[in-house]
Design a protein around this ligand. Structure first.
Ligand code: ADP
Ligand code: MG
Length: 869
């Protein structure tokens, strides 16, 4: 039986054996064919016809194929659904034992696509790898279309959640993990599991050193970072197996530290609507939607990266701010530079397409045009401002590249090399001679119609061409008898006859053969040109990144100028002094009333700001605006405020309620508590906490108690004491300010005009006294009788509350833990800590413990049930 299997089937099975996890696209003529299980998958996913093929006598297997020239869109579909596709091509021109050799030239996976149609221009397409061990975690990621390759690790204590944060930040299309690493739970995106040994640091180090041609990885800042090396090595190994052409582009690897960038967990990224809105998932309405005034795809990607990883290093922030400033200060010049950048193509990706051999003739022309434009950009910026010198010095318009393209490629080349006429006359003598030699023959054919009409006297005689018989002479039926003897009849149509002549066929075969030779020669010359250009890839990539940077900073300057932003002052302290801050997105929202700016100025010692106020007053907007201003400042942007002085924030945490629609099916309260736990475990004294309506997802008293305890914890725990904004509808929380010195109350001003409530959106000191919920209900259009009845009930309830209901006194008892006239407190305040030895302190504690023992077990037992006013 096995003997009867056709040779091509054997070849297929051998290849499939090496790629069991991928769908194999097996090239047969003009088609990529899939077989067996793959064919069933392909037919289902791509909605193509499932047929079958004879592979041995009486044996048929399922088969489904797609035309090779249309492969890109089919590939896109399969990749987006999480499949890997192994592209198996015919290699070589000569059959061996009647069979063309075939091999898999690359495996396309979500993280390794190069086709421009398969990847969005606005983001990077990252392939990432992660490892996790008892002593740390490593993470690496690469964009093979732009050549950016990064690795980092966090060890021991710092490792907690490192990979998860990096995944949230980088958002790769594909993640490589070792078997049994239990990292799968960290990422819901596409995961490819590889054998553990592929991540082995020693092996990885050897591979990386070999690839980069270096003796040590210290130069990349990776010395000794075994986890980072393991992850980076796994990526390299994976690319070698799947996408070897991409390796040419990986010219460097940068290490970064987990402490280089502000940590933003995925909940915070979502809540702050950085690159897409919560509701619609669109860029429009997100921070990116406001901030992106870039002119080029590479500038846009850089801006996105900056927004995803605000800086922690003051000098680096100041450098960016200086660069934004220089564009901010000169609007005319800014417009000129931006105009000059407008027509630049995606230089980063073009370069990589050339280097990986995927560039078509038109790509080269775009590359040339862009490089020539870039010379103009550089001249405009050169010498303008010292802040930009380091960027300008990286820009190299690579004149040898544009010269070469100009000399070698015609001005408007065909889309692919399949058509002749890509190489410019004069570039290759050999090619020119070849073209010349066929000219005579081609001229002869071109003139044939005229000559034959004259010779035969048949006016309607035509010369045509089709794929089946090549050139032919067509004569209408009426004149068919008048043709000369040497005409050979080839085809009869309804109204016409088609003929050929031996001479014609002779010339034609000369032309066809020559054209084939010309095409081969053109391809050869083209490949040489591409490889010469590829040699400049590192300069071109550096140039692309420098231009991206100019684009990003000038775009930020444009936004700052148009929207009246101000340069923030960054300090190493824990200040928070935003004056007349605005929400960057809400302020510009079409149809909105005029936006009311608000301060966020923390006094000396102020840690926690509790914000009460009715629904729809603007609490959430205020909280988010503070977070966004901090984030903008640390990414190096100007900020929407009159002035801002901000002590570096290491992390922004947000817990923002009411996301029921996002977590449909999950317990909202559970989600809320998980996020709250994360904040309390990981926040530091440098963090900014944005807590909006904590405890809303549960019963009032549960919620209130949890909110209360959280504020106390943040206030008192030595690791936290974080700058915190806490919006709440629990008025009871305002009493915390009476007992915790770092807590301040604020509320949103409301005016009542003739029984109507007007929200002023102004944040003012003090706690809110009423919730105005009924007024909001009225605004929402609840029927009159319901509103009136609600007012009655509210009034009754309020009277009842004043005559101390049991739950009211519970709160009072909690407050009684910190009565103003507490003797212990008085003694504590009188204690001179500087003059106290550790032993004295311990003795003091023992004394208090014995004096007050038992008192603090149950609040109700306390002797001083003082109720604060
Ligand atoms: P809350 O959280 O107090 O319920 P929001 O922050 O959601 O209120 O704001 C409700 C609406 O009020 C927003 O959609 C916005 O249109 C408007 N708003 C909020 N803050 C301001 C402001 N400072 N100036 C003008 N309008 C504002
Ligand atoms: Mg709100």
């Amino acid at each position: 039986m096995a003997d009867s299997i056709s040779p091509v089937r054997k070849q297929y099975l051998e290849i499939k054996r090496q790629h069991p996890d991928a769908i194999v696209f097996f090239r047969l003529g003009d088609f990529y064919e899939t077989f067996d299980q793959d064919a069933e998958t392909a037919a289902r996913e791509l909605e193509i016809v499932l047929t079958s093929r004879n592979v041995a006598k009486g044996v048929r297997v399922p088969m489904a194929g797609i035309p090779h020239h249309a492969a890109e869109s089919y590939l896109a579909k399969l990749i987006s659904r999480g499949f890997h596709v192994a592209i198996c091509e015919q290699v070589g021109e000569t059959p061996v034992d009647g069979l063309f050799p075939r091999e898999v030239v690359r495996v396309v996976t979500p993280g390794t696509v190069l086709e421009p149609g398969l990847i969005p221009g606005v983001h990077n397409n990252f392939l990432a790898a992660a490892v996790s061990g008892p002593d740390g975690q490593g993470f690496a990621f690469v964009d093979i279309t732009t050549g950016e390759f990064f690795a980092a690790q966090a060890t021991e204590a710092a490792a907690h959640g490192f990979v998860r944060h990096e995944l949230a930040r980088v958002s790769p299309s594909e993640l490589l993990v070792p078997e049994e690493a239990s990292l799968e739970s960290e990422w819901s995106g596409h995961i490819t599991v590889l054998p553990v040994w592929k991540f082995d640091p020693a092996r990885a180090e050897e591979k990386l050193k070999e690839h980069f041609g270096v003796r040590t990885l210290d130069g990349f800042g990776l010395g000794g970072l075994t986890h980072a090396i393991g992850a980076a090595g796994a990526i390299l190994d994976y690319l070698q197996a799947t996408q070897p052409v991409a390796l040419a582009l990986l010219s460097g690897l940068s290490a970064y530290g987990p402490s280089d960038f502000m940590a933003l967990d995925s909940a915070t990224r979502r809540n702050l609507e950085l690159s897409e809105t919560l509701r619609t998932g669109e860029v429009q309405g997100s921070l990116m939607g406001v901030l992106d005034a870039t002119m080029t795809p590479m500038g846009r990607r850089m801006l996105r990266q900056w927004m995803g990883k605000p800086l922690l290093d003051r000098d680096r922030i100041e450098t960016r701010l200086d660069q934004v400033q220089s564009f901010f200060d000169d609007g005319l010049w800014r417009a000129e530079v931006r105009q000059a950048m407008k027509r630049l193509s995606d230089l980063e990706r073009l370069t990589n397409r050339v280097a990986s051999g995927l560039a078509g003739p038109r790509d080269l022309v775009h590359l040339r045009d862009s490089l020539e434009q870039i010379g103009g950009v550089r001249n405009l910026v050169d010498g303008k401002d010292p802040a930009l010198d380091s960027v300008v010095s990286e820009i190299d318009p690579c004149p040898p590249v544009s010269d070469l393209v100009r000399k070698a490629i015609v001005e408007v080349p065909p889309a692919t090399l399949a058509q002749p006429g890509v190489i410019r006359p004069g570039f290759s003598q050999e090619l020119d001679q070849m073209v010349d030699s066929t000219r005579q023959a081609r001229d002869w054919i071109a003139g044939l119609e005229a000559t034959e009409r004259e010779r035969t006297g048949i006016k309607s005689l035509k010369v045509g061409y089709n794929k089946v018989f090549g050139y032919y002479i067509e004569v209408t039926r009426a004149h068919a008898d008048e043709v000369p003897e040497e005409y050979i009849r080839k085809q009869t149509l309804v109204n016409a006859e088609r003929f050929i002549t031996p001479e014609m066929k002779d010339v034609e075969s000369k032309v066809v053969a020559a054209e084939e030779r010309i095409r081969d020669l053109e391809s050869e010359i083209y490949r040489r040109v591409c490889s010469d250009i590829g040699a400049h890839a590192p300069q071109m990539l550096r140039t692309a990144r420098a231009v991206a940077r100019l684009d990003a900073v000038s775009g930020l300057a444009e936004v700052a100028a148009l929207r009246d932003y101000v340069r923030p002052e960054i300090t190493e302290g824990v200040e928070m002094e935003i004056r007349d801050g605005r929400h960057p997105v809400v302020e510009g929202r079409a149809g909105a009333e005029r936006f009311v700016p608000n301060d966020a100025v923390f006094e000396e010692g102020e840690r926690i700001r509790i914000l009460t106020g009715p629904n729809m007053a603007g609490k959430s907007t205020y909280l988010r605006q503070v977070a966004l201003i901090v984030l903008l400042a640390q990414m190096g942007s100007f900020v929407p405020a009159r002035s801002a002085r901000i002590g570096l924030v290491d992390r922004i945490f947000t817990r923002i309620g009411a996301q029921d629609e996002i977590y449909a099916g999950q317990s909202t309260f559970m989600v809320e508590m998980v996020e709250a736990a994360n904040i309390l475990h990981n926040a530091t004294g440098r963090s900014l906490l944005i807590l909006d309506e904590i405890g809303r997802g549960t019963s009032t008293y549960d919620g209130l108690s949890i909110a209360w305890a959280m504020v106390e914890f943040i206030h008192n725990h030595p690791r936290l004491r974080s700058r915190t904004l806490f919006a709440t509808h629990y008025h009871e929380l305002t009493r915390l300010a009476e007992v915790l010195p770092g807590v301040r109350n604020y509320n949103v001003a409301v005016a009542e005009e003739g029984g109507r409530v007007v929200f002023l959106h102004r944040i003012i000191p003090g706690g809110a006294d009423r919730s105005y919920g009924v007024h909001v209900a009225e605004l929402a259009g609840l029927p009159r009788p319901v509103i009136h009845r609600a007012e009655e009930i509210l009034s009754d309830l309020e009277t009842e509350a004043r005559t101390a209901t049991p739950h009211r006194s519970e709160i009072s008892q909690q407050l009684a833990l910190f009565p103003q006239e507490d003797p212990l407190r008085a003694e504590l305040e009188g204690l001179d800590l500087d003059g106290l030895s550790p032993l004295d302190a311990l003795n003091k504690l023992f004394e208090w413990k014995s004096r007050f023992a038992g008192d603090d077990k149950r609040p109700a037992d306390r002797q001083t049930p003082a109720t604060p006013a």
